[in-house]
Design a protein around this ligand. Structure first.
Ligand code: SF4
Ligand code: SF4
Length: 395
C-alpha cells in the first residue's frame, strides 16, 4: 500500500485538539473500552493510525468518526495519553469545514481568527435593518410596557402584517435558509463519499418514505433518547447536560414554528392574532421552560468541559468553546430581554434584545460549520450505518 500522508491535514488535526495523535502505539485498548464500538467495525484505533498517516480521504468517509460521542472513555483508558476522543473530535471539526458550503464561510467559522467577522456580520446586518426600518429609537416606559419588543423595527399602518415580523423574517429566514441549504449540500456530499468508500450499491434505492421510515426516523428516536450516549461509562454525566439542551432546542423550534404560523399566516386573516404571547399561553410556558432547560444544559456542559480540561488535560479548542458561548449567549440574552421587559427597562432591554437577535442569527447562519453541525452529520452517520446493513445497499 502506497501511503501518501496529507501533512496539512495532520497539522490541522493537531491545531484542533488532536496534538497527541503521534503517541498512539496501536495497543487497541481504546477500541476495547469504547462502549459504542461494534465488533464488525471497531473504533477508534483504526482512526488513530489513519490520522498518523494523514489519510484524510479515508477519515472523512468513515461514519465511525461521527458515531463517536466524545465521551472520553477511551481517552481515560489510553495507556499512552494519546487522547483518541480528542483526535476524533478534531477530525469532525475538520470534516465540518471540508463539507461546508460556501467554503469561505466554512473556513471563517473554523478558527478564532474569524471571530470578529463571525460576530460582525450579524451585528452589521441587524443594525442596517434597524436603520432601514426607520425605527431607530428607544421607546418610553409606557410604550415598552404596552408593546415589549414588538415594535423594535417600528410599526406601520397595515394591521394584517406587523412591521417587526416582516423585518425579523427578512433577517432570519435567509440566514436559516443558507444554513439549511449548506447542511443539505454537506450531508449529500458526505453520504456519497461514505457510499463510495464502502462500495455500497447505489443502483437500487429506497423511496423517500422508505428512507425516512427505515433509516432516518429510527436514528432520530435513538438520538433524542440518547441511547448511545447512555452507554458511556466514565463520563456518563454528559447526558445530563446534552439531553436537556437538545430537548430545549426542540421546544424552542416548536415555539418558533407556532409564532411564525400565528403571526405570518393566521395573523394575515385575523389581525388580532398578532402580538406577544400571554404569560400563561401554553407556547409561552414551553418557551420559558425550554429557555431554563437550555441554560441548565449549557451550564452542565460548561462545567463538564472545564472538568475534562483539568482532569484529562483535554485541550481547550475554539471548536468546543465557540458553540458553548454561542448557546449561552442565546439563552442569557433571551431570558435577560424578558426579565428587562418585566422590570420596565427599555434602554437596556433594547440593547439585550439586539444582542439576542445577533446570537440567533449566528446560530442559524453558522449551523453547518460549528460544533452544532454534529446534529446533522451524526444523524446522517446513524442513518448510513443502518442503510449499509440493509438489503438496499447489497442489491
Ligand atoms: S489511542 Fe491509546 S489506547 Fe488507542 S490504540 Fe493508541 S495507544 Fe492504544
Ligand atoms: S470518545 Fe467515547 S465514543 Fe468516542 S471513541 Fe472514545 S470511548 Fe468511543
Amino acid at each position: 500500500m502506497n501511503v501518501q500522508p496529507d501533512l496539512e491535514f495532520i497539522r490541522s488535526l493537531k491545531e484542533a485538539g488532536g496534538d497527541t495523535l503521534k503517541k498512539c502505539y496501536q495497543c487497541a485498548t481504546c477500541s476495547v473500552t469504547c462502549p459504542l464500538s461494534k465488533d464488525g467495525s471497531p473504533f477508534p484505533r483504526k482512526e488513530m493510525i489513519w490520522s498518523q498517516w494523514g489519510l484524510k480521504e479515508k477519515l472523512l468517509a468513515d461514519p465511525d468518526v461521527f458515531l463517536c460521542h466524545q465521551c472520553g472513555d477511551c481517552t481515560t483508558n489510553c495507556p499512552r495519553g494519546a487522547k483518541p476522543g480528542d483526535v476524533l473530535g478534531a477530525i469532525r471539526a475538520y470534516a465540518y469545514t471540508f463539507y461546508g458550503w460556501p467554503a469561505p464561510l466554512a473556513k471563517l467559522a473554523s478558527s478564532a481568527k474569524g471571530l470578529p467577522m463571525l460576530i460582525g456580520i450579524p451585528v452589521v446586518v441587524i443594525f442596517i435593518m434597524w436603520m432601514i426600518s426607520g425605527a431607530m429609537h428607544i421607546p418610553t416606559s409606557e410604550q415598552f410596557a404596552d408593546h415589549g419588543y414588538q415594535q423594535f423595527f417600528g410599526h406601520w399602518g397595515f394591521k394584517w402584517y406587523a412591521k417587526n415580523i416582516f423585518f425579523i423574517v427578512l433577517i432570519m429566514v435567509p440566514s436559516l435558509g443558507l444554513g439549511l441549504f449548506s447542511a443539505y449540500k454537506g450531508i449529500t456530499k458526505m453520504w456519497k463519499t461514505m457510499a463510495e468508500n464502502e462500495g455500497v450499491s447505489t443502483e437500487y434505492r429506497p423511496s423517500a418514505v422508505q428512507f425516512v421510515k427505515e433509516f432516518l426516523w429510527p436514528s432520530l428516536i435513538e438520538i433524542v433518547n440518547h441511547d448511545r450516549f447512555k452507554e458511556c461509562t466514565d463520563n456518563r454525566d454528559r447526558v445530563r447536560g446534552h439531553q436537556p439542551l437538545m430537548l430545549a432546542f426542540i421546544g424552542l423550534f416548536i415555539v418558533t414554528c407556532w409564532s411564525l404560523l400565528k403571526n405570518d399566516v393566521i395573523g394575515l386573516i385575523w389581525p388580532s392574532w398578532h402580538g406577544p404571547m400571554l404569560l400563561m399561553d401554553p407556547f409561552k410556558i414551553l418557551a420559558n421552560v425550554s429557555a431554563v432547560a437550555l441554560l441548565f444544559g449549557i451550564a452542565v456542559l460548561w462545567s463538564n468541559r472545564k472538568k475534562a480540561e483539568k482532569e484529562q488535560d483535554t485541550k481547550a479548542t475554539f471548536y468546543d468553546w465557540f458553540l458553548i458561548w454561542e448557546i449561552t449567549a442565546v439563552g442569557v440574552t433571551g431570558l435577560g430581554a424578558e426579565l428587562l421587559r418585566w422590570a420596565g427597562a427599555p434602554t437596556l432591554g433594547y440593547i439585550v434584545y439586539f444582542l439576542h437577535l445577533v446570537s440567533i442569527m449566528m446560530l442559524f447562519l453558522y449551523l453547518p460549520y460549528t460544533k452544532l453541525a454534529h446534529l446533522i452529520y451524526r444523524t446522517t452517520a446513524y442513518s448510513f450505518e443502518k442503510y449499509r446493513e440493509s438489503a438496499f445497499a447489497k442489491k
